[in-house]
Design a protein around this ligand. Structure first.
Ligand code: NAD
Length: 515
């Protein structure tokens, strides 16, 4: 097996890359408004009830129309997955591994097209889309390699007169519930990990990004995953989400999304239902209130760049986004001034525009909720950049910075999930780390300092699943930065890490007496 390497990124400053992107966008635009089917029990089908997704950069543009599953169809999908599990789980691991690699190869081949779908349905800039599609490829390739290891486990101790082994087997039927903010990478990661391990799955995509999910379902089918090994079940969380989670034959739920929905799923899944013979396994990766600590012993300009990239990349709509900068008092004023000046230079507009640093937020609902937080922030602190909507026929917001936010403030404690950054003054480095830890979340964090002792302190005491030193707090790379958070940020499943497939498998010990 060749060693895993991350998928390289295209550079959108290059004219030939821009030309390829424009050509891909032209092709994608020709498909706008298409009607997409569900995939249930091995069949593609349409229903009368529809969901429409729009381009957040231009809300009058329809991206796709999607049939919605009702409770009866979701139940059918689940029952079919139960029926197909014995056959799929017995498929040789080598075949499933080959399919996962093939899925990576197909996405790689269609990379620009996928980038364009992400730009148009999720409002990612080209560079952000490139990062995400590369990550989706990485997940498929990485989990294929991990499955090879799971299929060839470390030998156990051999007792005299026995052949002893421990093998990993799949769990059963899983429900895959991804968020809209990484509509391809997280969907692909959770789905391919579950499938390559030998489980059958029901995919319930986010209602904001169903077209990307439909395109990914095409990839799974083209890679050879049988249509009965996965269902594509578009529909509302309330109508089919609860049902799928509660069903007694559901063996596991793989969820990535907000804290309230994750906790609800965890609670619903914990209650055994009539006919259920297992404890459901729930992997729930949830929100963040990620902080960057800026010490006085640092290059302030470098720290400003790191905070700006972490706070405003994809309009702050990453679970890993920096939403709190915690800054040593001796450089606080200089830092805030430089930060505000930098934010004012960021261009906002259509995500398809190569030179725009920020596109729109994902929906009107998101825009309203973020504006409400800005209103709260105006009471809790001092606006030093942005503070409202930006012009355009989409859901545009200015990158907003609110200084002097106290630790008790809602802006310090609650996930806003938009381009809003709070800045808080710390007495010294220890105080800054205490402040960074003073929320219920624990997903990502970063520290900017050149002091070796302080770096060691941060490594010991900054309680987050993903810590970065002198590095932005976003952009985890598959294989290098296994991803998952502590506390209310989730179950720390470490996506893109060497243990991830364990979430989708159980170990069976076999002690055989040698006759
Ligand atoms: P969300 O919780 O609103 O939705 C996530 C998914 O859950 C969607 O597919 C949604 O349709 C589904 N859902 C909603 N109600 C449901 C129900 N009752 N039963 C089953 N499914 C239901 O989150 P979102 O707005 O899509 O995503 C943003 C959130 O995700 C943020 O909080 C962000 O921090 C988090 N996130 C976390 C990570 C991570 O790795 N920790 C990664 C990306 C995003």
């Amino acid at each position: 097996m060749t060693p895993f390497v991350n998928e390289p990124y295209a550079d959108y400053k290059q004219p030939e890359v821009r030309a390829a992107a424009e050509a891909a966008m032209k092709k994608v635009r020709k498909q706008l408004g298409k009607d997409y089917s569900l995939i249930i029990a091995g069949k593609r089908l349409k229903t009368a009830s529809k969901l429409t997704s729009v381009n957040p950069s231009n809300s009058s543009e329809v991206v796709g129309t999607h049939s919605k599953a009702d409770a009866a169809l979701a139940t059918k999908a689940l029952e079919s997955a139960v029926q197909f599990f014995p056959q799929w789980s017995q498929t040789p691991a080598a075949d499933r591994i080959a399919m996962a690699h093939k899925a990576a190869a197909i996405i790689r081949e269609r990379k620009m097209e996928f980038n364009a779908w992400l730009v148009i349905e999720s409002g990612k800039t080209w560079a952000e889309a490139e990062g995400e599609v590369s990550e989706a490829i990485d997940f498929c390739d990485y989990y294929a390699r991990q499955m090879h290891k799971m299929a060839n486990p470390e030998p156990v101790v051999q007792l005299p007169g026995e052949k002893d082994e421990m093998v990993y087997i799949p769990l059963g039927v899983g429900v895959i519930i991804p968020p809209w903010n990484f509509p391809l990478a997280i969907l692909a990661g959770m789905s391919v990990a579950a499938l390559v391990a030998g489980n059958t799955i029901i995919i319930k995509p986010s209602s904001e990004t169903p077209t990307i999910a439909a395109k990914f379902a095409e990839v799974l089918a083209a890679a050879g995953f049988p249509l009965k090994s996965f269902s594509l079940c578009v529909g509302s969380g309330a109508v089919i989400g609860d049902l799928l989670v509660e069903h007694p034959k559901t063996r596991f739920v793989s969820f990535t999304g907000s804290r309230p929905v994750g906790l609800r799923i965890n609670e619903l899944a914990a209650k055994p239902r009539k006919g259920q013979i297992w404890i459901k396994r729930v992997v729930a990766e949830m929100g963040g209130k990620d902080a960057i600590v800026v010490d006085h012993e640092t290059d302030v300009d470098q720290a400003v760049d790191g905070v700006i990239a972490s706070a405003f990349g994809y309009q702050g709509q990453k679970c890993s986004a920096c939403s709190r900068a915690i800054v040593d008092k001796s450089i606080y004023n200089e830092f805030v001034e430089k930060l505000a000046a930098k934010a004012a230079t960021l261009t906002i507009g259509d995500a398809a525009g190569f030179d725009n640093a920020l596109g729109p937020v994902v929906s009107e609902g998101a825009q309203k909720s973020i504006l409400n937080y800005i209103k709260i922030g105006k009471r809790e602190g001092r606006i030093v950049a942005g503070g409202g909507k930006a012009p355009g026929n989409g859901y545009y917001l200015q990158p907003t910075i609110i200084a002097d936010i106290p630790p008790s403030a809602r802006l310090f404690q609650e996930e806003v999930f938009g381009p809003v950054l709070s800045v808080t003054k710390a007495k010294d480095f220890d105080h800054a780390i205490d402040l960074a830890n003073a929320t219920e979340f624990g997903l990502t964090g970063a520290v900017y300092t050149t002091n070796k002792e302080k770096i060691e302190k941060a490594k010991k005491h900054f309680f987050v699943g993903n810590l970065y030193i002198n590095h932005k707090c976003t952009g985890a790379m598959v294989g290098a930065h296994p991803f998952g958070g502590f506390n209310m940020s989730g179950t720390d499943s470490k996506a893109g890490g060497p243990d991830y497939l364990l979430q989708f498998m159980q170990a069976k010990s076999i002690g055989e007496k040698i006759l």
